[in-house]
Design a protein around this ligand. Structure first.
Ligand code: FAD
Length: 435
């Protein structure tokens, strides 16, 4: 979702940088006029001039505010760590996402979700003060989630050895509120009655008893009454998020949830546009965010299956099997034409390094159009291979690495470093240090 948003921004004219770290600011008359950036691949630093800078670094928001230093405000983030585990579907089967009380009297819910041929479950929610770049799964996390899930599914009898992949992340929570992943905090919690009404409405809709508009109206109603409510002030762009501006003009948009991202972005843009207009005299219109598709989303969402079939046939016409092509169609949507355009070169690499052409074409597209530079970018941040097709990733990782070396003409030292980083992340995902 994040990558497709970024790609759409690029199609709309944005310039993008990856593996680039903001390390400082430049000022004129005590106002920020540029950011200093370190290229994490080459180690070089350079500056990017800007009328307005928005700090949207999630858990790192305070770090960037400290780099600015124009305000003496205390830290506002209180990140918590959450982990998820992936097991084979044969070990734990659910036909649809479910969630349930942990049974640990901690007021938390745990989710179990089917995905591809795997099932994943999570999450934990513990205060975090360690290294932000490398939050890791601990033995306590494993014990907690296995206890909760085995209690709910006694026949599963899961042990740490069943965990094929895992990940840990930080929630950018704001100290002053209780936002949770799913409902935006206690203040926005749905009542049992509203929840039941919603379930009934969804059922009715799936059986064609009510129109789609009835569901949309209900959701809109909820949005303006519960967790999504904002009162229009900068500090309540969306429940659980916070927008502030420092004396030097640095905007910081933090907190919230990914579900709220369009609402948060809209709230921020409503403040940022006047600031840019003041400086440049130019005016800008907001896009209609609720109907503006992300990259790959140029199709009618009400005819999803038909659209996927159509996109899959684009690959079949270029020699892919229907199965391979449908998988790609579901990942790339209306970008399928752009993806299959790389088939001739993908076929060469697939033959040269003996790996499936659908993975090769995904890779070449990612190298050309998704800013991928390392195998880790590809496996962990552009595809689901690291988490949900772990075995497949292990089979193709050398071939992928070789393709990247050839594509960019990398020297041996760079390639070795990329492979070392990948192997470390694989060991982490597999929880090798706990097994
Ligand atoms: C386990 C877990 C489960 C969750 N479940 C849900 C859910 O079900 N629903 C939901 O809505 N939300 C959920 N969330 C929350 C959601 O993931 C976050 O709210 C969202 O990712 C925040 O986005 P962000 O862009 O603000 O921060 P991030 O996604 O953390 O992105 C911040 C970015 O800033 C970059 N950065 C940091 N410092 C610098 C610097 N100096 N220069 C340049 N870049 C920098 C980082 O590399 C990173 O890419 C969950 C989070 C976790 C951890």
């Amino acid at each position: 979702l994040v990558i497709e948003n970024i790609k759409q921004a690029n199609d709309d004219g944005a310039d993008l940088l990856s593996h680039a770290k903001v390390v400082g600011f430049e000022y004129e008359n005590n106002k920020i006029v540029a950011v200093k950036v370190e290229d994490l691949l080459s180690g070089e630093t350079f500056t990017v001039k800007s009328h307005v800078v928005i700090n949207t670094t999630g858990p790192w928001s305070d770090t960037i505010r400290q780099l600015d230093g124009s305000d003496e405000k205390p830290a506002q983030m209180r990140p918590t760590k959450g982990v998820h585990f992936v097991v084979d579907k044969s070990k734990l089967t659910v036909s649809q996402p479910i969630y349930f009380d942990t049974g640990e009297q901690d007021g938390r819910m745990v989710f179990v979700l089917p995905r591809e041929n795997k099932t994943y479950f999570g999450t934990t929610d513990t205060d975090y003060t360690g290294d932000f770049e490398h939050p890791t799964v601990t033995q306590e996390d494993v014990d907690y989630l296995l206890r909760v899930v085995n209690h709910r599914f006694p026949n599963a009898n899961l042990s740490i050895n069943d965990i094929e992949a895992s990940w840990a992340g930080l929630r950018p929570l704001i100290d002053s509120n209780n936002a949770s992943d799913y409902n935006g905090g206690d203040a926005g919690r749905l009542s049992e009655r509203t929840f039941d009404e919603l379930v009934t409405l969804f059922d009715d809709y799936s059986q064609n008893k009510v129109e789609r508009s009835a569901v949309e109206d209900k959701l809109q109603d909820l949005g303006s009454n519960t967790s999504e409510r904002g009162d229009g002030s900068p500090s309540s762009v969306s429940r659980g998020s916070d927008l502030s501006v420092s004396d030097s003009g640095l905007f910081t948009l933090a907190g919230g949830k990914i579900t709220d991202y369009r609402k948060m972005a809209k709230g921020a843009m409503e403040k940022v546009i006047p600031a840019v207009t003041d400086l440049t005299g130019k005016n800008y219109d907001l896009v209609q965010s609720s109907t503006y598709p992300v990259s790959g989303g140029q199709f009618d969402p009400n005819s999803y299956e038909t659209a996927m079939e159509k996109f899959a046939n684009v690959g079949v016409a270029r020699g892919l099997t229907y199965g391979q092509s449908l998988k790609l169609a579901k990942l790339y949507g209306s970008n399928m034409n752009r993806v299959v355009a790389y088939l001739p070169v993908a076929k060469e690499y697939a033959a040269k390094y003996d790996y499936p052409v659908d993975i090769a074409v995904s890779l070449i597209y990612a190298l050309e159009e998704e800013g991928v530079y390392t195998p880790l970018d590809f496996f962990a941040r552009r595809t689901t291979l690291m988490l949900f097709q772990h075995d497949k990733m292990l089979e193709v990782k050398d071939a992928v690495s070789q393709t990247i070396i050839d594509h960019f003409g990398l020297d041996q030292a760079t390639a070795d470093q990329q492979n070392k980083t990948l192997d470390e992340e694989i060991a982490k995902a597999e929880l090798q240090y706990l097994k």
